[in-house]
Design a protein around this ligand. Structure first.
Ligand code: LLP
Length: 417
């Protein structure tokens, strides 16, 4: 469910007319619904209320400070993957004991900063990294908590670029190697190996792969217990799929009902790291039609937002629904036509939709690219020296700019001639 709905044939975000936002703040423009994102967070929280997990929102999905603050205020923690995200977490005043830190390539500087900050734990992805964190903690005269990220070798049934739980992926440590590490844990004098972590991929629509992965890890935890090795945390990652097109993903309740019995059996404190589930359908990208171009073979709708603003179609061939801000009533379905919706960037991969059946649009019309709240702005760039879009947060009938549109000066800020 989301708060982007038509009233009198005009698209609204909560109680605000999206067309008015486009005119006031310009396009391309990201628009978020505060109540949608909070509602999604609370849905997950209530589905899992029986085990009261710590929900660490995955910052990479959308790292705007206002969004982080909104979720932290509701009790969320953060899942971070870089020194930059650690900095954001600090700026958003996230209590450090609610921060978990993953990534296969943490640098010494990032590790030191996170230890100094006193985060809850690192999710460690290799033996080499474990040794390095131990060394750095020793230098700082600290004992640092870590969780071992397990690679459970499970097929997540999602796009191959965002599938992370197969043994051929760079993530995590296989069960046999993890077992050896855990038995030798006393050798890591400055580490408290207190948990396990899994994250098998993103945009996973069925619960079966999650269940399979959790079962494997739960059995592993039992094996460790039998050896007298008791842990404190199990971090089950993110990955919950959402509706972009015709997906029928598991609901939070179905997901929770399937895995809570397994999680309870472990007796550990549970952590979740959702990103897309919270933000995905809480945001849209509004663009304006610049030109309509007929070629010998195709019709192109050229808009003012491109792959630098939203790279998902270009990178994953991802589907995003595209709808007009103003519906034209009485137009027959037969008036629909197949078009490519493309951006201004000098690459043929710069498209938002290909061969899409759409109602007629004309130059100057505004379009909304739906489900763009997660991995939209956070993956945007300045390619072609384009200025990154502004972001607006809507709550009921209020709209606040939460990131200003960039200026040309922003583009060259760090350059030296
Ligand atoms: N935890 C870890 C360790 C992760 O690597 C990720 C996402 C998450 C949690 C959050 O996953 P989510 O709940 O959002 O599925 N750019 C891609 C998605 C990449 C996901 C990377 N890791 C996309 O646009 O589809």
């Amino acid at each position: 469910m989301h708060e982007f709905k038509y009233r009198n044939n005009q698209l609204y975000c909560e109680n605000v007319l999206v067309g008015k936002l486009a005119k006031t703040f310009g396009t391309p423009l990201y628009v978020y619904s505060y109540h949608t994102l909070i509602d999604h967070y609370l849905k997950l929280k209530s589905a899992f209320s029986e085990i009261n997990p710590l929900i660490c929102y995955s910052v990479k999905a959308n790292s705007n400070l206002s969004i982080l603050k909104a979720l932290i205020a509701k009790g969320a923690g953060l899942d971070i993957v870089s020194g930059g995200e650690l900095f954001r977490a600090q700026k958003a005043a996230c209590p450090p004991q609610r921060i978990v830190y993953a990534s296969v390539g943490k640098t010494d500087k990032e590790i030191s900063a996170a230890i100094a900050r006193g985060i809850l734990f690192f999710n460690v992805e290799s033996l080499a990294e474990l040794k390095n964190i131990n060394r750095i903690a020793k230098g700082l005269n600290k004992i640092t908590r870590v969780a071992i990220r397990i690679n459970p070798d499970v097929e997540a049934k999602t796009h191959k670029y965002i599938s992370t739980g197969k043994i051929t992926n760079k993530f995590g440590i296989d069960l046999a190697s993890a077992y050896k590490i855990l038995l030798l844990r006393s050798k890591f004098e400055n580490l408290n190996i207190c948990g396990l972590h899994i994250h098998i991929g993103s945009q996973i629509t069925q619960s079966a792969p999650f269940v399979e992965a959790i079962k494997k890890v739960a059995d592993f935890i039992q094996r460790l217990k039998n050896k007298g090795l008791v842990l404190e945390y199990l971090n089950i990652g993110g990955g919950l799929g959402i509706i972009y097109d015709r997906e029928a993903p598991q609901t939070a309740e179905i997901y929770a009902n399937e895995i809570i019995p397994l999680l309870k059996k472990t007796g550990l404190k549970i952590i979740l790291e959702p990103g897309r589930f919270i933000l995905g359908n809480a945001g849209i990208l509004v663009v304006k039609v610049l030109y309509i171009k007929h070629t010998l073979k195709k019709k192109f709708i050229i808009v003012d937002g491109g792959m630098n603003d939203l790279i998902r179609p270009a990178l994953y061939n991802a589907y995003h629904q595209i709808v007009p801000l103003s519906l034209r009533v009485g137009e027959p379905v037969s008036a629909r036509e197949k078009v490519d919706v493309v951006g201004p960037i000098c690459e043929s991969g710069d498209f938002l939709a290909k061969g899409r059946l759409m109602a007629k649009v004309k130059e100057g019309d505004y379009l909304a690219v739906m489900s763009a709240g997660a991995y939209g702005f956070s993956m945007s760039s300045n390619y072609n020296s384009r200025l990154r879009a502004a972001e607006v947060m809507v709550a009921k009938d209020k709209a606040l700019v939460i990131r200003k549109r960039e200026t040309c000066e922003d583009l060259i800020r760090n350059e030296i001639i």
